[in-house]
Design a protein around this ligand. Sequence first.
Ligand code: BTN
Length: 253
Amino acid sequence: MAETEPSLPPAYRLIALDSVDSTNEEAKRRARDGAEDGTLIWAREQTAGKGRGGRVWSSPPGNLYLSLVLRPDCSPAEAAQLSFVAALGLGDAVGSVAPPMVEVRYKWPNDVLFNDRKGAGILLESQLTADGGLEWLVLGCGVNVQHYPREATPAATSLRFEGAPASLDEVAMLEAFGRHFLGWVNRWLEEGFAPIRKRWLTHAKGLGETIEVRLPKETLSGRFADLDAGGALLLELENGQRRQIAAGEVYFA
Ligand code: BTN
């Protein structure tokens, strides 16, 4: 790449690409080939960016697309908490580079909202060992810095649309994310999920409110009561019963 290299803490091994199909796919290829923990794939654009649930992630130049190869010594269930760790890293990064008019909220399980519209997303993919342990994990993050897809439902946005200056670029976001994610991941490694959960809840969208959760076979409506100690959403149904939800799509009233 012609431009100066982004400045990142030494914990990362940066691989900077002009264009790639998907940084997650590239990270998975490299993880299978033995890429070490902290390998960070960053691309200026993606030609086949992927969202959750097989959706397309719009990936023109001007936004941030990165995927990290991680090899934490933990169970696959614990590793799933890294999506909350990444959300906090993204939220703090936005807070440090964007103007205060951009309010960050977290939408369960792993979206980051800017002024109530989706501005960043996280996609975790992992490889298990033969005995069900975690071999590696790829943590992909996309941040709409300059552009957002106009046709998205629920509505999307970008930092630029919410008032960030045109001079705020994806390199500044990458550097800020690199710093803040590292801070949170070290906290998670040392103290576990409790501080992550606590911080995430202080900025959670819809906490205490009535929400709808779409599951593969049913749609539930209830009060978003809490996040449990592992990251599952606790939904209080009308009959007072609590349901623990590990995966689903949340919709607000
Ligand atoms: C979602 O909210 O649906 C998750 C979006 C994840 C997008 C990022 S962009 C970098 C990485 N590469 C991909 O193909 N997807 C993730």
